[in-house]
Structure formats: C-alpha cells, structure tokens
Design a protein. Structure first.
Length: 494
C-alpha cells in the first residue's frame, strides 16, 4: 500500500516527545513489511538543509488568504529508505520551536501553520504524481488533513484517512476568528466538527472526519471513551467507537538494547546479567551517590508535568518522595524538565537528602544510564496513552513501579509475591499513599525475594515490544478503511 504520514514531528529531525519516535519507527516497520511509506513534515528552523535535496518545483498551497508558496526539501529517514519531505515556508516554520518558544510557549498562529502543512501534503502528492492509498495523520496538528481530504480534495476521493491520537490531552483549541484562514466555508465550522464552545478544536474535527481512528494502546482506547479520561470528547469518541482501535506502540530495538547499547557502562543480556551491577555503580558515581550495589536504586526520567504524577511524588507538604527517601533504605535518581515549581522542589530535595539526586534537563546518555543502572523505574502517571519508558525499563531488566492506566496496564503485569509472577509493581489509584506503599512493596521484595526479582528481570527482558506487531495491526486498519473509499465521492467543495 501507499501510505503518506502527515506529522509535525519525526525523529531525528524534530522531537518534543514520543510522537516523533512513534512516527519514525512505525514508518520503518511498515517499509520493512513492504509498504511504500512517505513522510511529510515542516522544515523548522532547527532542521538544517545540509544533506537535504531541494525539489525543483515548489508548491502553490491554497489558504483562506489566497495561494501561498512553499519550498520542498527531501531527505531520508535514517536506517531506512523512507523518503521524508520537508515543507519549507519561512513565515510559518522558520522558528526555533516546534509548537512554541520560551518567549511564546504556544504560537498563536499554530492553526494556520499546521493547516498549511496539511493542505501542502496534497499539493506535494500532485507534484510527485503519487497518490496514497491511506493518508495517516498524527495528533491535533495534522487533524486538518482528514478534514481537507473529506471536504476539499475531490481528486483524492479514493484515498482513506487514519488519525492516530497520541495524547487526547492536546487538542489544538484556538479562537474561532482564525477559521477563515483554513480556506473552508463557515458551514464546516460546525459541519466538519471544529466547533468547541465557540472556539476551534482541531482534534475534534479530525476525529469527526477521519475514516479510521487509532490510539496508542488498547486500554487507552477504552479510557478515552469515558468521562474521566475523555477530555470532554468522550461522547464523540463513543459515537466513533466502532472505528477506533488501540494499537500498542513498540520500542526501537536498536537504540534501546542493553546487549548493544554504547551509552551504558557495560552491556548485558538475559544470558549474562553481570553487566547490570556495573551500570548501577556507574550511575551512582555519575550522580554522586554512595556506590553500593546492595541498596535498591529507583530511577525516573520524565517530563515534570501533572500528567506524570509529579504532585503525588514531589508536591510540597503532600508528595511522598521525601518520606520515601527518609523511611526506606534506598536511593532515588530523577532526570526531567517541566513545571518550574517541580524543578525547584526536586533540586531542593537533592540538596537536602543524602539518598536523592536530581538533574534538570534531558540527556540521552543519562537516560540510558538510568534505565540500565536502576533496579526500579518510577512511573506514577496520572494517565499514559502508551508510554515508552516502562518498555525501555522492561527491556533493561529495570522493574517499573507504576499506576495501572493506559499503556502501563497493557505492558506491565503485576508482581505476585506468592508465585513470583509479574514484571513490575502496579497500583490502582494515584495518591501519595499508593505510591509510597507500592514503592515499599517493591523495596521489601528487593530485600526479601531476591530470587523472584531476578526471575522477573529476565522475564521482563524477554517481552516482545517490537514495532513489527504494531505495523501489522496498522496494515489491517489501512486495508479496512481503504476498501470503502474506493469509488467514494464524499467531498463537498473544490
């Protein structure tokens, strides 16, 4: 099949989170099983043109203000032959940030920027003389693509659309006075699903117009159809329930593999776990903790935002992290960036507690060191559409301590202290007490059930989270939505 990925991010070109990793890894996996996959994304100011080829012909892209010109560069996704096309228009994308900057965290013209990208995707196909079978859009920035496909691109009436919701918490809600810039008639403000409490909701429109919907784990697909985690779109998602599937993301088996990882102190495998102790010592040394391989070490790599359960861990006066470190014989290391209050709190804890260390920011090397050197990985997310860190942890024999939600529920099986079964430690309700008690349970097992934990580590490392399984499920989804589109004529305007 011919598949066009329309995305705002793709690793290694531009990344703000797991979306970028997922798009690139899925594209490679689909290519490996024989599909013609192509990616289109913006050329942000952070993406150099070195190594890219500029296409001779530019694109004339329709907007509400007339026709605007875009330049196109072509590159290749590393470790594949998947072509990546970069839409270059300085006015929209020639900035240092993807969605915002330090001075403007959320660009006010994001709807115009990403609607331009989505419309440019069709003009790119025209220029390439290539028509996809499936247009696969990702998250709210590219939700405009299914809308244009259904309502404004009659030459593409045999093309089906799929929208993957990577995180329902981000919906692209902006003032409705920007709607005319999309080049759509006002009746589609309601008819295409944009209207949201008298504002624009880009994701709502994408959900309304896409032929098929996916999200990134089976449990999250069920959760977003409930009022608790539906972020006010649960009714629409229940209505589209027959068209919604949950497909668990995979992990990159090349970059995240303890037997080949160049960023850790010593490589190890299920057959020879001895290197994990060396990784633990190296991690303790890196963070200035006593080098003691007998003491349980908890690691955490996270965005420091409410979604990640930081209040229950680090909230002043009520978070449980300080009490954990004072009451239990353990060590705790955190790497992250996010809310300023949390950054300040973990730095204060790091200065005050002898067994707690924190670093603000993100380092790929340090992230790999934490995954390899820790005994447990803390992941108390309030909700987690899929999650990658728990899968990285499992691959490295680092047992997660996690909230049973979304993809965490789909990838971690709870410890049974009678039989030794399981691959991690789960709790059902996110409270400081639940995090404290479950961590205490893990620490108890570390000191009292060493043989069971060793078996759990090996069991965790043997789990298969390859992208090939996800690619096959997407292949099935593509075929399901493509068949009804052949010969369809659902478009309403030219």
């Amino acid at each position: 099949m011919h598949v066009l990925m329309v995305t705002s991010e793709a690793t290694p070109f531009a990344k703000s989170g797991g979306l970028a990793d997922a798009v690139s890894a899925l594209s490679r996996a689909l290519r490996r099983i024989g599909h013609d996959v192509r990616i289109v994304m913006p050329r942000y100011g952070i993406i150099p043109t070195d190594g890219l080829v500029r296409l001779r012909s530019g694109l004339d892209v329709e907007t509400g203000d007339g026709v605007e010109r875009a330049v196109v560069f072509k590159g290749v996704l590393p470790d594949s032959d998947v072509p990546v096309f970069f839409i270059d228009r300085e006015e929209y994308f020639g900035r240092p940030g993807i969605y915002g900057s330090k001075t403007e965290p959320d660009f006010a013209d994001n709807p115009q920027r990403f609607s331009f990208l989505s419309r440019a995707a069709f003009r790119l196909c025209d220029a390439l003389r290539w028509k996809p079978d499936v247009l696969h859009a990702h998250d709210w920035p590219c939700s405009f693509a299914p809308v244009y496909l259904r309502h404004a691109e009659p030459d593409y009436d045999t093309v089906a659309s799929v929208l993957t919701i990577h995180n329902l918490g981000y919906q692209g809600i902006y003032p409705k006075d920007g709607f005319p810039s999309f080049g759509l008639p006002w009746e589609l403000f309601h008819g295409a699903g944009f209207e949201y409490f008298d504002s624009i909701n880009a994701l709502k429109a994408g959900i309304t117009c896409a032929d098929g919907l996916a999200t990134v784990s089976p449990t999250y697909a069920r959760e977003i159809q409930t009022p608790e985690l539906g972020c006010t779109l649960d009714g629409l998602l229940r209505a589209r329930g027959p068209d919604l599937v949950g497909i668990l993301n995979g992990v990159d088996g090349v970059d995240w593999n303890p037997s080949t990882d160049p960023l850790i102190a010593r490589r190890y495998s299920i057959e020879d776990m001895s290197g994990k102790a060396a990784c633990k010592t190296a991690l303790q040394r890196e963070f200035g903790l006593p080098e003691d391989t007998e003491k349980p070490l908890i690691g955490m790599v996270s965005r420091l935002t409410d979604q990640k359960g930081i209040g229950e861990l680090f909230g002043p006066t009520y978070g449980c992290a300080a009490k954990l470190c004072m009451d239990m014989d353990l060590q705790f290391i955190v790497q992250g960036t996010g809310d300023s209050w949390c950054e300040a709190e973990i730095l204060a804890l790091s200065a005050r507690l002898p067994n707690f260390r924190a670093r603000i920011g993100y380092s790929e090397r340090t992230a790999h060191m934490i995954e390899a050197g820790s005994d447990f990985f803390m992941m108390p997310s309030r909700y987690e559409p899929c999650g990658l860190n728990q899968m990285y942890s499992l691959r490295y024999g680092t047992l997660p301590i996690a909230h049973r939600t979304g993809g965490l529920s789909d990838t971690i099986s709870n410890y049974n202290q009678e039989t030794g079964a399981g691959s991690g430690f789960l709790f059902d309700h996110l409270t400081p007490r639940a995090v404290y008690d479950t961590t205490g349970w893990a620490v108890w097992a570390y000191y009292n059930r060493a043989e069971q934990l060793d078996a759990m580590r090996r069991r965790a490392m043997a789990l298969d989270f390859s992208w090939e399984a996800a690619a096959r499920e997407y292949e099935e989804l593509y075929r399901g939505v493509s068949a009804p589109r052949r010969g369809a004529g659902a478009h309403t305007i030219a």
